[in-house]
Design a binder for this molecule. Sequence first.
Ligand code: BJW
Length: 233
Amino acid sequence: MNLVVLTGAGVSAESGVPTFRASDGLWCGHRIEDVATPEGYAADPALVQDFYNLRRRQLAEVRPNAAHRALADLAARWAGDFLLVTQNVDDLHDRAHAETPPAEGFELIHMHGELLKGRCTRSGAVMDWTGDMAADQASPLHPQGRMRPHIVWFGETPLQMEQIERALAHCDLFVSIGTSGAVYPAAGFVDLARRAGARTVEINLEPTAGARLFDEGVYGPATQAVPAFLDTL
Ligand code: BJW
């Protein structure tokens, strides 16, 4: 049986990583357009770099929670293909899977990029980046390049979309965990899975605006709802 799991900010919330769409509509006091668009970066690179520097530093203070660990346990015993697509730029899934190595057939994709990577603005090459990035950070990868966060901003193309769409076209079970479904193309994955004839399940604190698109909903905090649901598989 082929499985595709999509995760969003809700899976990391109980680790202490803030979600995006809080009631004030601001991310850590910033407007989305100022910090998560190429235009925002062009207008004020220092503001954008500071925003991501802060979030990169915060990763040192958080740990994978029971939901990340339950997915890693499942990946270690799953017999079919298992694609875990996360919209999250934290490394909490990576850390959980490093502790419990997955079976063959498992893959993790960060479709919106990774905080712990930087990208050269000139060559597009990506490299590990654990420290702060300066507003005009020189690129070690190209003499005329600068480094920017390896993050997919609004208007940019999410990563590894062909691979994701291929897996959705062949999946038997699609599980969406802790995402509001407000951002495309991830919000449309449930439609692609349904077209493939997959069983579709939403796990969230509460039903999302797109809840009716799923065959089933499991509601509660991810650290409880995810292990409980995965135990039924
Ligand atoms: C819990 C919980 C607990 C809490 N337990 N649950 C008009 C119509 C359609 C589309 C568009 C449009 N205008 C523009 C677009 C496209 C645009 C888009 O979708 N805009 C929308 C605003 C409408 N999309 C793009 O531009 C994307 N690119 C694109 O489309 O390219 C074209 C293309 C498509 C396909 C193939 C090829 C090309 C790029 C989107 C990039 C998004 N980037 C961000 C920022 C990343 C950097 C950063 O982190 O700073 O990614 S935006 C932000 O939202 C971030 C997230 O990954 C993403 C999704 O958020 P998520 O994870 O759902 O978080 P929240 O906060 O919204 O929800 C949390 C959920 O958890 C809630 O439901 C809670 O209830 C729940 N929860 N605690 C369980 N304990």
